[in-house]
Design a protein around this ligand. Structure first.
Ligand code: ZN
Length: 344
């Protein structure tokens, strides 16, 4: 083995009964250390990842690899969907003219209101805004949407979230030192282009717009965290997702953001553990480029199926454990880019 860096943790953990038995030896720091460890392997591994290895013999000699401790921070961003239409006439009001404006957009210049089939879309000749007009029946039938869709508070404290993430990432030697709400107020972003009250799925204009708007807000407010966790109220077909990419409309100082997004509403009916594990799982994708074990080719070739590694937090989301090949990936892929951080 190579020299143990001074920052290395002296605890080494393997997943019990899955491939390698648990051991937490105390190792000296500095110099070259070769550890010979007697393992008492009680469980014969039913499945051993090829790049992890397993123990067949009761007594085995193993190499110990140490990793630098990675201290990381997460900014938690609540995003409300911005709806600020102005009702010029109340819904149901009879008016004098088919051209009477019933609803006009607010400061976001976007009509948030679902247009009634009995009303018509027009252009305000003064402001050039798209507006909703009364139409041939000369009655305003569209109910103006003027309230933001507010994202509810998550059902655990941020310190509980931090403790849970540190438990999940314990074996990887990643430590989350700061998980804080950022900025203190919710961001209001007008992403609901199709006016259905939901954030559309991956690859859509809505997601792209949300990502760019959040990135711009971070740049304006000051980029203080390694990763960002975006919380929204309602997202279509999404429980959690993660992405890596250049966000924002500012071309100078392009930042490769590592974002994780969680759909808060459906989590409120589930356990806190489901929520924290989903965040841990998505951080695995978005911040450390981990894949699902069942999606990785090396494993697919061996007929590996979803759930074959049930304790693994990248397999089933109720797992808390990880494997050495994932630790390697985390430390190989760990690149962050922000002012004061390391370049990507
Ligand atoms: Zn996943």
């Amino acid at each position: 083995m190579s020299a143990i860096p001074p920052t290395a943790s002296s605890k080494i953990q393997f997943s019990k009964s899955q491939a390698i038995a648990m051991l937490t030896p105390s190792i000296g720091q500095g110099g070259n250390n070769q550890l010979s460890i007697q393992l008492n392997v009680k469980d014969t591994p039913s499945y051993v990842l090829s790049n992890v290895g397993g123990f067949k013999d009761v007594a085995s000699k193993i190499n110990v690899v140490s990793y630098d401790k990675l201290q990381r921070t997460v900014g938690v961003i609540y995003v409300d969907e911005e709806n600020d239409d102005i009702p010029v006439k109340d819904c149901g009001t009879a008016v004098d003219s088919a051209k009477q404006i019933c609803v006009r957009p607010g400061k976001n210049k976007f009509l948030d209101t679902q247009i009634s089939l009995r009303d018509s879309l027009g252009i305000d000749e003064v402001t050039r805004d798209a507006v909703i007009m009364a139409g041939r029946n000369k009655v305003c039938n569209s109910l103006a949407i003027s309230k933001n869709i507010a994202t509810p508070e998550i059902h655990c404290s941020l310190s509980t979230l931090k403790d849970s993430l540190n438990k999940i990432y314990q074996g990887t030697n990643v430590i989350f030192t700061d998980i804080s709400k950022y900025p203190s107020k919710h961001l209001a972003i007008n992403y609901d282009y199709d006016r259905d009250g939901l954030l559309d799925a991956v690859g859509t204009t809505e997601i792209r717009f949300l990502k760019n708007s959040v990135a711009d807000s971070i740049k304006l407010a000051g980029d203080q965290f390694d990763y960002y966790l975006i919380l929204v109220k309602n997202a279509k077909y999404i429980r959690g997702l993660a992405w890596l990419g250049r966000g924002g409309l500012f071309e100078s100082n392009p930042r490769l953001f590592r974002f994780v997004l969680i759909n808060v509403q459906p989590h409120l009916d589930r356990s806190i553990r489901t929520f924290t594990n989903t965040v841990g799982h998505e951080l695995g994708h978005g911040c450390f480029d981990l894949q699902h074990p069942f999606d990785e080719k090396v494993i697919l070739n061996k007929g590996y199926k979803k759930g074959s590694d049930p304790h693994n937090f990248m397999d089933y989301q109720d797992g808390h454990k990880s494997r050495k090949y994932q630790w390697n990936q985390i430390h190989e892929n760990d690149k962050i880019s922000r002012p004061g951080g390391r370049d990507y």
